[in-house]
Design a protein around this ligand. Structure first.
Ligand code: IMP
Ligand code: MG
Length: 183
């Protein structure tokens, strides 16, 4: 498997190449189109899902699916390589979700706390139906009972970066998904 060098000269082993990601995101768009008929609102959870969201909506466009798109920044207290503690809203949504079919788009499902928070918030605000698209999931680490409807890739228990995912807000720009081998 190819190895790339980040600007800080760190070696990042590649888990999924840009081509592999593109093909999988295309497949996910087809799955979403088949399971969500009609109008829906994408709620993209920033910052990690910005690249995935941008590619996903273009793949949806290619198969004539035209969602509306909004963004919300969620973060957990205590930035580290293992998420812990409470989730807080940074930038909130602009659009109303009441009565809408919502597709949550997020980067990675680990403990499930972030996703659980987002689902509860959207339910409280009256979303009619909530579906979930996750680029990545780390099996066996869930601490709450949540499940994604659409999953890009299941990954081993490594700290992954690239394609929007960060370590201390670095590596988001990598066009591939790799991992930091210190973790
Ligand atoms: P959860 O709330 O434990 O499910 O964690 C989800 C959030 O933790 C993601 O949206 C990421 O921001 C972050 N996260 C979890 N695992 C990783 C990783 O391997 N790399 C980068 N961020 C991660
Ligand atoms: Mg993050």
């Amino acid at each position: 498997m190819a190895v790339k060098r980040a600007p800080d000269k760190r070696t990042i082993p590649v888990l999924f190449t840009a081509t592999e990601i593109r093909e999988r995101v295309e497949g996910m768009a087809a799955e979403i189109a088949a399971k969500i008929p009609g109008d829906f609102l994408i709620v993209s959870l920033l910052r990690g899902s910005f690249m995935f969201t941008a590619d996903l909506v273009r793949e949806l466009y290619a198969i004539s699916v035209h969602p509306q798109i909004d963004f919300m920044t969620l973060s957990s207290y205590g930035e580290s390589t293992s998420s812990s503690g409470a989730v807080v809203v940074g930038r909130d949504l602009t659009d109303e979700v009441k009565g809408r079919t919502v597709l949550i788009v997020d980067d990675i499902l680990e403990t499930g706390r972030t996703l659980n928070f987002a689902i509860n918030l959207l339910k409280e605000r009256g979303a009619a139906d909530i579906k979930i698209a996750m680029l990545l999931e780390k099996p066996g680490k869930l601490q709450v009972d949540v499940k994604a409807d659409f999953v890009g890739f299941s990954i081993p228990d490594k700290f992954v970066v690239g394609y929007g995912l960060d370590y201390a807000n670095h590596y988001r720009e990598l066009p591939f998904i790799g991992y930091l081998d210190v973790h």
